[in-house]
Design a protein around this ligand. Sequence first.
Ligand SMILES: Nc1ncnc2c1ncn2[C@@H]1O[C@H](COP(=O)(O)OP(=O)(O)OP(=O)(O)O)[C@@H](O)[C@H]1O
Ligand SMILES: [Mg+2]
Length: 261
Amino acid sequence: MIRAYTIASGKGGTGKTTVTANLGTALAQHGRKTCIVDTDIGMANLGLVLGLSDTPITLHEVLAGEAAIKDAMYEGPYGLMVVPCGLSLQGFQNVNLERFEDVMSDLTERCDYLIFDAPAGIGTDGVIPLTVADEVLLVVNPEISSIVDALKIKTLTETIGGTIGGVILNRAIFEGPGAYQEKIERILDMPIIDTVPEDQNVRRAAAAKTPVVIESPGSESSKAFRRIAAKLAGIPVQEEPHKVQEGFVERFARALFRRKP
Ligand SMILES: Nc1ncnc2c1ncn2[C@@H]1O[C@H](COP(=O)(O)OP(=O)(O)OP(=O)(O)O)[C@@H](O)[C@H]1O
Ligand SMILES: [Mg+2]
């Protein structure tokens, strides 16, 4: 049975596209037939993040009634299916959002996991992905503006009959044990599924147009993305092998030569 998730946040720049690309890749690594879709039809960049440069047919053309969804699907890492969205203003203007339901039913026949990368804000284009998914996953950063905007998305989703599946805390900086995690769970009245730390490997991977789960698989952010994907797919989370305590010399060398952990 297919599971469809929408990655949303309300606030811009929280990491929705990063989460979508990495969860999609991690699910594909687990052998799950997965498709990720850029539903940020005004400010698309999921294809760019994955290094897909030659994509003449995108969700824009499909929603304009000019192409079929199968022609807008491109191959990403590990057989991940990627539906990018166009970058032009003209393409955006030609979109008819009423076609989204047909697109959705076509997609459900082609994969087991479907992940929609939602736009920021609460425009019409942002509302549709909130209704069509089985679960909306809220990406929040440890900032009050992000939490307040996530609360708006939660209320909006529930008002229009959608379901919130949980919260992914992204770009977390570990200051104290569970301090703001608890606060976020209290404000949003939702459990945090997992926490992805602020990690320079994510930015490095973005510059290389590769998901961090491939570029730096040993990084803490990659581990978090793999844990979340495993939870979504119902795969038992592999315990990390006991970590050997890093000594001062290793730590110093890593800092000096900027080695990846
Ligand atoms: N855990 C992280 N650690 C460090 N940098 C991160 C992390 N997550 C995301 N970023 C960086 O934050 C920036 C914004 O991420 P991203 O584009 O995924 O956000 P978004 O929510 O999709 O933005 P928009 O609302 O504009 O669509 C990117 O430069 C990305 O590399
Ligand atoms: Mg984005």
